[in-house]
Design a protein around this ligand. Structure first.
Ligand SMILES: [Zn+2]
Length: 350
């Protein structure tokens, strides 16, 4: 099956009342781990690559691997997404490669570090939406600034410094026409999100609920949403790692988000921990071995387990066969005739 529009995946998730995990990839083993999990749980899935991943793997290697995944798993709807595009050019190059979705993160300037102004964000995001929708490609925007840094991208800080303002979120959706919106509710990228189990003082689920009430037709996205479970941290540390104890976003909070408009949940750190733990364990237990397959195979298996568990927890499991993927050209027609227009004024007029 060709790669599927992320918009269609998220529209179907909204109808079914579930969320879809978006898992980051850099290499073949991670792509295989995700596909093994999707197959086992019969899940539609979003695979995403950051700018760092596209650089590490080289565009063509990574994209051909995704195409292979789609060809080998025709029963699984797969959307391929650019994570944290920093400019129009980055998004354009992903679309030209064949990605079916892009994130234009205009919350930061092109350096991927400095917070931008609201007007700058609107301007660059609207430009990407125009280019993408003409080609049937989905766009995720971001309003508010997430905490932490990942792959060199991020403003740093705690995640509480630039919480999304619901009024601005509505204005942003109206002026850009994005399909999906990443909001800042206190989460951060990377492993060190919270210094204790997060409560309402650091994780602003009330802001998320308020935004969904006012923007019911825009799919919300939770970034930095690894749960960073203690058992994965423990395996890394048991075999020589030196992680400081840390807390991620509890799965119950993500599930509360899913009941309130969250359709895409980004997970990267948990998979990184699973892979690293498995490799450390293999090195420690069988130091005489030196065939990379001896540690890459358990690493792939460990990531598959985490992904399959998240797919079940987010509710996407069992939904792969619910719908027939539409051609990207059909999606483009939907944008052109207004039937896929998510701007609040347009949705109200329908
Ligand atoms: Zn992110």
């Amino acid at each position: 099956m060709p790669l599927v529009s992320m918009r269609q995946l998220l529209d179907e998730a909204a109808k079914g009342g579930y969320g879809v995990g978006a898992f980051n990839v850099n290499d073949m083993e991670q792509i295989q781990a995700i596909m093994m999990a999707a197959k086992e749980t019969k899940s539609p899935v979003i695979v995403q690559a950051s700018r760092g991943a596209r650089q590490f793997a080289e565009d063509l290697y990574l994209f051909r691997l995704i195409q292979a995944a789609a060809e080998l798993n025709p029963e699984i709807p797969i959307a391929m997404h650019q994570d944290h595009g920093n400019s129009f050019e980055t998004c354009k190059s992903a679309i030209e490669l064949g990605y079916t979705s892009v994130m234009m993160d205009g919350s930061l300037k092109e350096d991927g570090k400095t917070p931008s102004t609201f007007e700058e964000n609107v301007e660059v995001t609207r430009k990407v939406v125009e280019f993408a929708h003409e080609r049937g490609v989905t766009v995720e925007g971001e309003i508010g600034v997430l905490g932490g840094v990942e792959d060199g991208h991020g403003a740093g800080g705690s995640g509480l410094e630039h919480i999304t303002d619901p009024d601005q979120a509505v204005e942003f959706a109206e002026r850009t026409g994005v399909d999906a919106l990443a909001i800042a509710i206190g989460t951060s990228h990377g492993a060190y999100k919270f210094t204790k189990k997060p409560d309402g003082s650091v994780l602003k689920m009330d802001v998320l609920i308020a935004i969904h009430k006012r923007l019911p037709q825009t799919h919300l996205v939770m970034h930095g949403s690894s749960s960073v479970p203690k058992d994965l941290q423990d395996i890394v540390n048991q075999y020589g790692g030196k992680l400081k104890q840390t807390w991620g976003v509890p799965v119950e909070e993500i599930q509360l988000g899913i009941r309130n408009g969250v359709r895409k949940i980004n997970v990267d750190t948990d998979n990184r921990l699973a892979i690293t733990g498995a490799i450390r364990k293999a090195f420690a237990e069988t130091p005489e071995k030196f065939d990379p397959r001896d540690y890459l195979k358990p690493a792939r298996e460990a990531m598959k387990k985490v992904v399959a568990l998240r797919m079940t927890q987010f509710g996407q499991a069992g939904h792969a066969g619910d719908y027939k993927p539409m051609a990207i050209t059909e999606i483009a027609k939907g944008y052109a005739n207004g039937s896929l227009d998510t701007r609040p004024s347009m949705a109200a007029a329908r």
